[in-house]
Design a protein around this ligand. Structure first.
Ligand code: M6R
Length: 615
């Protein structure tokens, strides 16, 4: 949730670290800071709020800077200690010579802090991170070897960390280390980088080394040494980063979210390309590394995920059960972790995550791995921690998603689930061949239909304007679109801060109906021809009878719909089974335009972060 950028090289150090932090901004933060090695000194600047404030701080103190040759920067999302200047990173040891930035949480920091205070260390902040600064400095005063000091210190840390360290007395080097938090080293010529995520460095290099847990990177401007926790040198592969810098540009859209919504048709085309050659041939999903005989016998799947990915997982369950007849459990990762599950070696466990770094899902996957399950990861980040834990990896290829609210990655996850469910159905011979053909045909048509929605958003914009003053919303659906209702409501909540809840339409009368009146609009997802269409219509009438304002999301041309509903958002027709992949788009747009109309910070909603690396 925080971001780290370290740089050593020939470029303007402040600019490189700023660009890097700016490209990590989307992850969310409340304060920022930078430590620079300049004239043999360590100079630190911090600010609260947006990065622009840190820039101003630096401009105000420009005369204090001569020619920085290395630096470490950080954007913080408070976990221990409120957002404040004193709690902002970088943190230093008592004498100020050693400075550190940190992502993650040190669980035993209180014990360590007490021990260090007894040794004479003076603490200034309430953070767990400051403990690391004192701990490493303490080891350094014993060993006079920064690399060894870091190795010794990190062995005393419990919890998660990605750290980047500089020491005044050890010139020309920045050192990174990690455990349970991502970190990579960007490889350049006469320059090198340390960062917590790829976007921080892609403007400068496409080559990177991903650190694994318990590894340490000793980085100078012309050398990179990676060691394990015992100091043994490790030969790591230099990987080519899968992103282009253009992914970080809005390309003329007002917000990244809008740009990302509009990217969805092409993303679907790209995913299908190479997976469905023609509707008569089987889906090609070589990413699933389970032998055919095992797949044929597979009868239990568990899917774990959080937030939007959880909603994709709920639809995935529906598809796999419907197409392949395999029983699927779906559970939020944060719940899975704390109960006795029936996961065993015969269970296929699927982890779904846009970022591939969500701590709850990583912990859940680890637990499943320990039970011997085959781990299939569906993620937008093939370079992530989760991807590295996978036995099978389905990269969803949505391209980098900058807006905190997930949109294109969700659709890409859904398409991956369609392909997986079809693949399993084909292997098991569980589905009528003509039905499979129809689904493939409809999948191929999806991008055109989504383009149709995107080409005329006037009804959605009008609806957003007219409904933006409501404080509460209910979204109803049944069957496969229940998760679509959850997702639509989540989108509205997270970017507009309006209270929106998704309900199974049939559940309305069992309690929530009590809330209905003219202040509570109800949005119904109605797919004509679907098995739940008539029932949802009746549930909508029940809401109308309680004076609720009604919005329909439907492809129906029935004029009675126009009579019953106050607003009808019409979409092109698709069969019910395919409808989640198209219904999500107008709901994303509705949330977007409401938030935009209310003047909210669409791409960086308050309190949220793009990747949630704490449990
Ligand atoms: O990266 P992940 O998909 O694992 O993240 C899970 C959730 O934190 C994420 O989907 C969150 O709900 C988004 N803000 C949704 O827009």
């Amino acid at each position: 949730m925080c971001g780290i950028v370290g740089y050593i090289g020939y470029r303007n150090v402040v600019d490189v670290i700023f660009r890097g932090l700016t490209n990590l901004e989307y992850r969310g933060y409340d304060s920022a800071g930078i430590a620079l090695r300049d004239e043999g000194k360590i100079k630190i600047f911090k600010s609260l709020g947006k990065l622009g404030n840190l820039k101003e701080e630096l401009i105000n103190h420009k005369s204090n800077l001569v020619n920085p040759i290395a630096g470490i920067g950080h954007i913080r999302w408070a976990t221990h200690g409120s957002p404040s200047l004193v709690n902002a990173h970088p943190h230093t040891c008592t004498c100020g010579k050693l400075t550190v930035v940190h992502n993650g949480i040190i669980e035993n920091y209180k014990v360590l802090r007490e021990e260090l205070i007894k040794k004479g260390c003076e603490f200034r902040s309430q953070t767990d991170t400051e403990t690391i600064a004192h701990l490493v400095a303490n080891e350094y005063s014993n060993t006079k070897d920064l690399e060894l000091a870091i190795r010794n210190a990190v062995q005393k840390l419990q919890g998660a960390y990605a750290i980047c360290v500089m020491h005044k007395d050890v010139p020309d080097v920045i050192i990174g280390a990690r455990k349970h938090a991502p970190m990579l080293v960007g490889v350049g010529e006469n320059e090198n980088f340390i960062a917590s995520d790829t976007p921080a460095i892609i403007e400068y290099t496409k080559k990177a080394i991903y650190l694994d847990d318990n590894e340490i990177a000793i980085v100078t401007k012309d050398s990179i040494k990676i060691t394990d926790i015992n100091g043994n040198t490790i030969n790591k592969k230099v990987e080519i980063l899968p992103w282009e810098p253009v992914a970080l540009s809005k390309l003329g859209y007002k917000h990244f979210m809008l740009k990302e919504i509009h990217e969805q048709p092409d993303i679907i085309r790209n995913i299908l390309n190479g997976k469905i050659y023609d509707i008569d041939s089987p889906v090609v999903l070589n990413e699933v590394k389970i032998d055919i005989e095992t797949l044929k016998k597979l009868n239990k799947i568990q899917i774990i995920a959080c937030g939007t990915s959880l909603h994709a997982a709920m639809i995935g369950k529906y598809l796999i059960e419907d197409f392949a007849g395999i029983a699927v459990d779906v559970e939020p990762s944060s719940e899975y972790i704390y109960r006795k599950t029936t996961t065993d070696a015969s269970t296929l466990v699927i982890g779904v995550s846009q970022s591939g770094e969500t701590a709850d899902t990583i912990t859940a996957i680890k637990q499943a791995k320990e039970k011997g399950s085959h781990i299939l990861i569906i993620t937008n980040r093939p370079d992530s921690n989760m991807a590295r834990m996978a036995n099978s990896l389905i990269p969803v290829n949505a391209g980098i998603e900058v807006s905190v609210a997930a949109t294109k990655s969700y659709t890409a996850q859904l398409i991956s689930f369609y392909l997986l469910a079809l693949h399993l159905a084909e292997i098991k011979g569980a589905m009528d061949k003509n039905v499979i053909k129809n689904i493939k045909h409809e999948l191929i048509q999806l991008p055109i239909k989504i383009e149709e929605i995107l080409s005329n958003t006037s009804t959605i914009q009008e609806c957003a304007k007219n409904f933006s003053s409501f404080k509460n919303f209910i979204y109803i659906a049944r069957g496969i679109n229940l998760a679509t209702a959850f997702e639509g409501a989540l989108k509205l909540k997270e970017i507009s801060y309006i209270n929106a809840t998704g309900y199974a339409a049939g559940e309305l009368k069992h309690g929530p109906i009590a809330m209905l009146d003219e202040t509570m609009p109800v949005l119904s997802i109605l797919v004509p021809g679907g098995i739940t269409y008539e029932k949802i219509l009746s549930n909508s009438e029940e809401a109308k009878a309680r004076n609720a304002k009604l919005i329909a999301l439907t492809s129906s041309s029935d004029p009675n719909i126009d009579k019953l509903f106050d607003v009808v958002i019409r979409i092109p027709h698709v069969s019910e089974i395919l409808s989640p992949a198209i219904c999500c788009v107008p709901l994303q747009l509705l949330a977007y335009y409401i938030a935009e109309f209310l003047g909210k910070d669409v791409d960086q909603p308050r309190n949220l972060a793009k990747s949630v690396t704490v449990e």
